[in-house]
Design a protein around this ligand. Structure first.
Ligand SMILES: C[S@@+](CC[C@H](N)C(=O)[O-])C[C@H]1O[C@@H](n2cnc3c(N)ncnc32)[C@H](O)[C@@H]1O
Length: 317
Protein backbone atom coordinates (compact mmCIF):
# COMPACT_ATOMS: atom_id res chain seq x y z
CA UNK A 1 0.00 0.00 0.00
CA UNK A 2 1.19 3.56 -0.49
CA UNK A 3 1.84 5.91 2.39
CA UNK A 4 -1.71 6.94 3.30
CA UNK A 5 -0.78 9.42 6.02
CA UNK A 6 0.60 11.99 3.60
CA UNK A 7 -2.86 12.61 2.05
CA UNK A 8 -5.69 14.87 3.30
CA UNK A 9 -7.95 11.92 4.17
CA UNK A 10 -7.10 8.53 5.67
CA UNK A 11 -9.15 5.74 4.01
CA UNK A 12 -11.12 3.56 6.39
CA UNK A 13 -11.16 -0.26 6.40
CA UNK A 14 -8.87 -0.13 3.38
CA UNK A 15 -7.57 -3.70 3.37
CA UNK A 16 -11.02 -5.16 4.05
CA UNK A 17 -12.64 -3.20 1.23
CA UNK A 18 -9.99 -3.89 -1.37
CA UNK A 19 -9.64 -7.58 -0.55
CA UNK A 20 -13.41 -8.12 -0.64
CA UNK A 21 -14.50 -6.17 -3.69
CA UNK A 22 -11.78 -7.19 -6.12
CA UNK A 23 -12.74 -10.57 -7.50
CA UNK A 24 -11.08 -10.20 -10.92
CA UNK A 25 -7.93 -8.29 -11.75
CA UNK A 26 -9.24 -7.44 -15.21
CA UNK A 27 -12.64 -6.33 -13.91
CA UNK A 28 -14.54 -3.04 -13.98
CA UNK A 29 -14.77 -1.16 -10.68
CA UNK A 30 -16.61 2.00 -9.63
CA UNK A 31 -15.66 4.08 -6.61
CA UNK A 32 -18.76 6.26 -6.16
CA UNK A 33 -17.08 8.45 -3.53
CA UNK A 34 -13.53 8.78 -4.81
CA UNK A 35 -12.66 11.69 -2.48
CA UNK A 36 -8.88 11.93 -2.09
CA UNK A 37 -8.42 8.58 -3.77
CA UNK A 38 -7.40 6.44 -0.79
CA UNK A 39 -9.56 3.45 -1.70
CA UNK A 40 -9.32 4.13 -5.43
CA UNK A 41 -5.53 4.10 -5.34
CA UNK A 42 -5.46 0.68 -3.73
CA UNK A 43 -8.11 -0.72 -6.07
CA UNK A 44 -6.25 0.59 -9.12
CA UNK A 45 -2.98 -0.79 -7.78
CA UNK A 46 -4.50 -4.25 -7.41
CA UNK A 47 -6.16 -4.53 -10.81
CA UNK A 48 -4.18 -5.08 -14.02
CA UNK A 49 -4.06 -2.98 -17.15
CA UNK A 50 -7.03 -4.85 -18.68
CA UNK A 51 -9.18 -3.71 -15.76
CA UNK A 52 -10.82 -0.31 -15.39
CA UNK A 53 -11.65 1.98 -12.51
CA UNK A 54 -14.29 4.71 -12.67
CA UNK A 55 -14.35 7.23 -9.85
CA UNK A 56 -17.19 9.65 -9.05
CA UNK A 57 -17.25 12.68 -6.76
CA UNK A 58 -19.05 16.01 -6.75
CA UNK A 59 -16.13 17.85 -5.17
CA UNK A 60 -13.92 19.19 -8.00
CA UNK A 61 -10.93 19.77 -5.70
CA UNK A 62 -10.98 16.17 -4.46
CA UNK A 63 -11.24 14.91 -8.06
CA UNK A 64 -8.27 16.97 -9.20
CA UNK A 65 -6.22 15.71 -6.27
CA UNK A 66 -7.17 12.10 -6.97
CA UNK A 67 -6.47 12.48 -10.65
CA UNK A 68 -2.86 13.39 -9.89
CA UNK A 69 -2.57 10.66 -7.31
CA UNK A 70 -3.98 7.87 -9.50
CA UNK A 71 -2.04 8.95 -12.61
CA UNK A 72 1.18 7.74 -10.93
CA UNK A 73 -0.03 4.15 -11.31
CA UNK A 74 -0.29 4.22 -15.12
CA UNK A 75 -3.39 2.03 -15.11
CA UNK A 76 -6.75 2.68 -16.82
CA UNK A 77 -9.07 4.96 -14.88
CA UNK A 78 -11.56 7.75 -15.46
CA UNK A 79 -12.84 10.26 -12.93
CA UNK A 80 -16.30 11.75 -13.30
CA UNK A 81 -17.52 14.98 -11.74
CA UNK A 82 -21.05 14.10 -10.76
CA UNK A 83 -23.46 13.20 -8.01
CA UNK A 84 -23.53 9.43 -7.54
CA UNK A 85 -27.30 9.72 -7.65
CA UNK A 86 -26.74 9.91 -11.44
CA UNK A 87 -25.06 6.50 -11.50
CA UNK A 88 -27.61 4.89 -13.80
CA UNK A 89 -27.46 7.70 -16.38
CA UNK A 90 -23.65 7.78 -16.20
CA UNK A 91 -23.41 4.05 -16.78
CA UNK A 92 -25.80 4.23 -19.74
CA UNK A 93 -23.90 7.14 -21.24
CA UNK A 94 -20.54 5.40 -20.88
CA UNK A 95 -21.87 1.97 -21.74
CA UNK A 96 -20.82 0.53 -18.39
CA UNK A 97 -22.59 -2.65 -17.33
CA UNK A 98 -21.54 -5.93 -15.75
CA UNK A 99 -19.56 -4.17 -13.07
CA UNK A 100 -17.32 -6.30 -10.85
CA UNK A 101 -17.15 -4.10 -7.78
CA UNK A 102 -18.71 -0.89 -6.48
CA UNK A 103 -17.75 1.11 -3.41
CA UNK A 104 -19.53 3.83 -1.44
CA UNK A 105 -17.56 5.43 1.41
CA UNK A 106 -20.39 7.65 2.56
CA UNK A 107 -20.43 11.15 3.99
CA UNK A 108 -17.67 13.68 3.64
CA UNK A 109 -13.90 13.62 3.93
CA UNK A 110 -11.90 14.84 6.92
CA UNK A 111 -10.48 17.56 4.68
CA UNK A 112 -13.95 18.85 3.79
CA UNK A 113 -14.85 19.07 7.49
CA UNK A 114 -11.56 20.55 8.69
CA UNK A 115 -11.37 23.15 5.93
CA UNK A 116 -14.94 24.28 6.57
CA UNK A 117 -15.76 23.44 2.93
CA UNK A 118 -19.11 25.07 1.93
CA UNK A 119 -19.90 25.89 5.54
CA UNK A 120 -20.36 22.30 6.74
CA UNK A 121 -18.31 22.73 9.91
CA UNK A 122 -19.57 24.37 13.07
CA UNK A 123 -15.99 25.21 14.00
CA UNK A 124 -15.29 27.48 11.01
CA UNK A 125 -17.25 30.61 10.27
CA UNK A 126 -18.53 31.15 6.77
CA UNK A 127 -21.67 31.64 4.74
CA UNK A 128 -24.32 29.04 5.60
CA UNK A 129 -24.48 27.06 2.40
CA UNK A 130 -23.68 23.31 2.61
CA UNK A 131 -24.69 22.59 -1.00
CA UNK A 132 -21.99 20.08 -1.92
CA UNK A 133 -23.31 19.24 -5.35
CA UNK A 134 -22.77 22.31 -7.58
CA UNK A 135 -26.13 21.49 -9.20
CA UNK A 136 -27.95 21.50 -5.86
CA UNK A 137 -31.10 23.64 -6.00
CA UNK A 138 -31.22 24.58 -2.32
CA UNK A 139 -28.85 25.54 0.48
CA UNK A 140 -28.76 25.71 4.28
CA UNK A 141 -29.93 29.35 4.48
CA UNK A 142 -32.91 28.61 2.29
CA UNK A 143 -33.97 25.59 4.34
CA UNK A 144 -33.72 27.49 7.63
CA UNK A 145 -35.88 30.24 6.14
CA UNK A 146 -38.39 28.12 4.23
CA UNK A 147 -39.16 25.38 6.78
CA UNK A 148 -41.57 26.30 9.54
CA UNK A 149 -40.65 25.55 13.13
CA UNK A 150 -42.28 22.13 13.15
CA UNK A 151 -40.76 21.07 9.82
CA UNK A 152 -37.35 22.21 11.04
CA UNK A 153 -37.68 20.27 14.31
CA UNK A 154 -38.83 17.13 12.49
CA UNK A 155 -36.01 17.40 9.97
CA UNK A 156 -33.34 17.80 12.70
CA UNK A 157 -34.79 14.86 14.64
CA UNK A 158 -35.19 12.57 11.65
CA UNK A 159 -31.74 13.31 10.17
CA UNK A 160 -29.73 13.22 13.39
CA UNK A 161 -31.89 11.78 16.20
CA UNK A 162 -31.20 14.97 18.20
CA UNK A 163 -33.70 14.85 21.06
CA UNK A 164 -33.68 18.58 21.74
CA UNK A 165 -34.79 19.34 18.18
CA UNK A 166 -37.97 21.24 19.15
CA UNK A 167 -36.16 23.78 21.33
CA UNK A 168 -33.40 24.16 18.77
CA UNK A 169 -35.88 24.76 15.94
CA UNK A 170 -37.67 27.37 18.01
CA UNK A 171 -34.44 29.19 18.82
CA UNK A 172 -33.41 29.14 15.13
CA UNK A 173 -36.78 30.50 13.98
CA UNK A 174 -36.64 33.34 16.53
CA UNK A 175 -33.23 34.36 15.20
CA UNK A 176 -34.44 34.04 11.61
CA UNK A 177 -37.35 36.40 12.39
CA UNK A 178 -34.78 38.88 13.74
CA UNK A 179 -32.64 38.41 10.61
CA UNK A 180 -29.67 37.23 12.64
CA UNK A 181 -28.76 33.93 10.97
CA UNK A 182 -26.41 34.44 8.03
CA UNK A 183 -23.33 32.47 8.91
CA UNK A 184 -22.34 29.22 10.59
CA UNK A 185 -21.47 30.93 13.83
CA UNK A 186 -24.93 32.59 13.90
CA UNK A 187 -26.41 29.10 13.77
CA UNK A 188 -24.00 27.99 16.51
CA UNK A 189 -25.34 30.85 18.67
CA UNK A 190 -28.95 29.77 18.15
CA UNK A 191 -28.12 26.20 19.22
CA UNK A 192 -25.98 27.39 22.13
CA UNK A 193 -28.86 29.34 23.67
CA UNK A 194 -30.90 26.17 24.29
CA UNK A 195 -28.15 23.59 24.88
CA UNK A 196 -26.30 22.78 28.12
CA UNK A 197 -22.55 23.39 27.68
CA UNK A 198 -21.66 19.75 28.32
CA UNK A 199 -23.74 18.60 25.33
CA UNK A 200 -22.86 21.50 23.05
CA UNK A 201 -20.30 19.87 20.72
CA UNK A 202 -22.36 16.73 20.17
CA UNK A 203 -25.52 18.76 19.58
CA UNK A 204 -23.81 21.13 17.16
CA UNK A 205 -22.36 18.26 15.24
CA UNK A 206 -25.82 16.67 14.97
CA UNK A 207 -27.57 19.89 13.90
CA UNK A 208 -24.95 20.69 11.26
CA UNK A 209 -25.01 17.12 10.02
CA UNK A 210 -28.82 17.12 9.85
CA UNK A 211 -28.80 20.29 7.79
CA UNK A 212 -26.10 19.02 5.43
CA UNK A 213 -28.02 15.77 4.90
CA UNK A 214 -31.19 17.74 4.13
CA UNK A 215 -29.56 20.20 1.73
CA UNK A 216 -27.92 17.40 -0.24
CA UNK A 217 -30.80 14.92 -0.08
CA UNK A 218 -28.29 12.39 1.21
CA UNK A 219 -30.57 9.61 2.47
CA UNK A 220 -32.63 9.52 -0.71
CA UNK A 221 -29.46 9.53 -2.83
CA UNK A 222 -27.93 6.67 -0.86
CA UNK A 223 -31.11 4.64 -1.10
CA UNK A 224 -31.53 5.16 -4.83
CA UNK A 225 -27.87 4.68 -5.71
CA UNK A 226 -27.47 1.44 -3.79
CA UNK A 227 -30.45 -0.03 -5.62
CA UNK A 228 -29.05 1.20 -8.95
CA UNK A 229 -25.67 -0.32 -8.07
CA UNK A 230 -27.16 -3.74 -7.44
CA UNK A 231 -28.72 -3.68 -10.90
CA UNK A 232 -25.43 -3.00 -12.72
CA UNK A 233 -23.35 -5.65 -10.95
CA UNK A 234 -22.44 -8.73 -12.94
CA UNK A 235 -23.19 -12.10 -11.29
CA UNK A 236 -20.52 -12.52 -8.62
CA UNK A 237 -19.87 -8.75 -8.58
CA UNK A 238 -19.77 -7.06 -5.17
CA UNK A 239 -21.11 -3.88 -3.63
CA UNK A 240 -19.44 -2.49 -0.50
CA UNK A 241 -20.83 0.40 1.54
CA UNK A 242 -19.12 2.11 4.47
CA UNK A 243 -21.48 4.23 6.57
CA UNK A 244 -20.86 6.47 9.57
CA UNK A 245 -24.30 7.24 10.82
CA UNK A 246 -26.97 4.95 12.27
CA UNK A 247 -29.64 6.05 9.79
CA UNK A 248 -27.30 5.58 6.82
CA UNK A 249 -26.45 2.11 8.09
CA UNK A 250 -30.14 1.28 8.55
CA UNK A 251 -30.83 2.25 4.94
CA UNK A 252 -27.96 0.09 3.67
CA UNK A 253 -28.94 -2.86 5.88
CA UNK A 254 -32.59 -2.76 4.84
CA UNK A 255 -31.94 -2.37 1.12
CA UNK A 256 -29.50 -5.30 1.31
CA UNK A 257 -32.06 -7.41 3.21
CA UNK A 258 -34.84 -6.59 0.79
CA UNK A 259 -32.75 -7.67 -2.19
CA UNK A 260 -31.34 -10.72 -0.39
CA UNK A 261 -34.79 -12.01 0.55
CA UNK A 262 -36.86 -10.66 -2.32
CA UNK A 263 -39.06 -8.79 0.11
CA UNK A 264 -39.76 -5.07 -0.19
CA UNK A 265 -41.05 -4.85 3.41
CA UNK A 266 -37.63 -3.93 4.83
CA UNK A 267 -37.33 -0.81 2.73
CA UNK A 268 -41.03 -0.08 2.86
CA UNK A 269 -40.74 0.55 6.60
CA UNK A 270 -38.24 3.33 6.08
CA UNK A 271 -40.70 5.52 4.25
CA UNK A 272 -39.13 5.34 0.79
CA UNK A 273 -41.13 4.75 -2.38
CA UNK A 274 -40.73 1.03 -2.98
CA UNK A 275 -40.98 -1.12 -6.07
CA UNK A 276 -43.35 -3.91 -5.02
CA UNK A 277 -41.87 -6.67 -7.18
CA UNK A 278 -38.42 -6.91 -5.66
CA UNK A 279 -36.73 -10.21 -6.46
CA UNK A 280 -33.78 -11.90 -4.77
CA UNK A 281 -30.72 -10.42 -6.40
CA UNK A 282 -27.90 -10.60 -3.86
CA UNK A 283 -26.39 -12.61 -1.08
CA UNK A 284 -25.20 -10.79 2.03
CA UNK A 285 -21.49 -11.37 2.71
CA UNK A 286 -21.41 -9.50 6.03
CA UNK A 287 -24.01 -10.95 8.42
CA UNK A 288 -22.79 -8.33 10.88
CA UNK A 289 -21.18 -5.11 9.66
CA UNK A 290 -17.37 -5.08 9.63
CA UNK A 291 -15.98 -2.42 11.95
CA UNK A 292 -12.45 -1.04 12.34
CA UNK A 293 -10.25 -2.60 15.02
CA UNK A 294 -8.71 -0.74 17.94
CA UNK A 295 -5.47 -0.06 16.10
CA UNK A 296 -7.28 1.65 13.25
CA UNK A 297 -9.43 3.72 15.61
CA UNK A 298 -6.23 4.61 17.47
CA UNK A 299 -4.65 6.29 14.46
CA UNK A 300 -7.88 7.50 12.83
CA UNK A 301 -10.59 8.76 15.18
CA UNK A 302 -13.04 9.13 12.32
CA UNK A 303 -13.06 5.35 11.95
CA UNK A 304 -14.91 4.96 15.29
CA UNK A 305 -18.40 4.90 13.84
CA UNK A 306 -17.64 3.19 10.52
CA UNK A 307 -19.62 0.13 9.44
CA UNK A 308 -18.91 -1.84 6.30
CA UNK A 309 -21.57 -4.01 4.63
CA UNK A 310 -21.05 -6.04 1.46
CA UNK A 311 -23.34 -7.97 -0.88
CA UNK A 312 -22.62 -10.17 -3.88
CA UNK A 313 -24.86 -10.31 -6.94
CA UNK A 314 -26.43 -13.73 -7.48
CA UNK A 315 -25.97 -15.60 -10.74
CA UNK A 316 -29.67 -16.32 -11.21
CA UNK A 317 -31.11 -12.85 -10.61
C1 LIG B 1 -15.60 9.84 2.98
S1 LIG B 1 -15.15 10.68 1.56
C2 LIG B 1 -14.40 9.44 0.57
C3 LIG B 1 -12.97 9.26 0.86
C4 LIG B 1 -12.27 8.28 -0.07
N1 LIG B 1 -12.77 6.95 0.05
C5 LIG B 1 -10.78 8.32 0.18
O1 LIG B 1 -10.23 7.30 0.59
O2 LIG B 1 -10.16 9.36 -0.02
C6 LIG B 1 -16.66 10.87 0.73
C7 LIG B 1 -16.55 11.58 -0.60
O3 LIG B 1 -17.79 11.39 -1.26
C8 LIG B 1 -18.17 12.58 -1.88
N2 LIG B 1 -19.63 12.53 -1.96
C9 LIG B 1 -20.53 12.49 -0.96
N3 LIG B 1 -21.77 12.39 -1.43
C10 LIG B 1 -21.66 12.35 -2.78
C11 LIG B 1 -22.61 12.27 -3.84
N4 LIG B 1 -23.93 12.19 -3.60
N5 LIG B 1 -22.15 12.25 -5.10
C12 LIG B 1 -20.82 12.34 -5.37
N6 LIG B 1 -19.86 12.44 -4.40
C13 LIG B 1 -20.30 12.44 -3.12
C14 LIG B 1 -17.64 13.70 -1.02
O4 LIG B 1 -17.43 14.87 -1.78
C15 LIG B 1 -16.33 13.08 -0.50
O5 LIG B 1 -15.23 13.45 -1.31
Amino acid sequence: MNNIDQHPHVPILLEEVVSKIITRKDGVYIDCTVGFGGHSFSILKEIDSNGMLFGIDYDPYALEYSHNRLSDLNKPFELIHSNYANLNELCKRKDINDVDGILFDLGISSYQVDSGYKGISYRKDGKLNMALDPKCTTDAQKILHDYNEEELANMIYYNSEEKNSRKIAKSIKIKISQNTIETNLDLVEAVKEVTPMRFLNKTLSRVFQALRIEVNNEFENIYKSIIDSISILRPGGRLAVISFHSIEDRIVKNVFRSYARGDSAYIGRMGFQVKKNITKKVKILTKKPVTPDRDEIGYNKRARSAKLRIVERLAIA
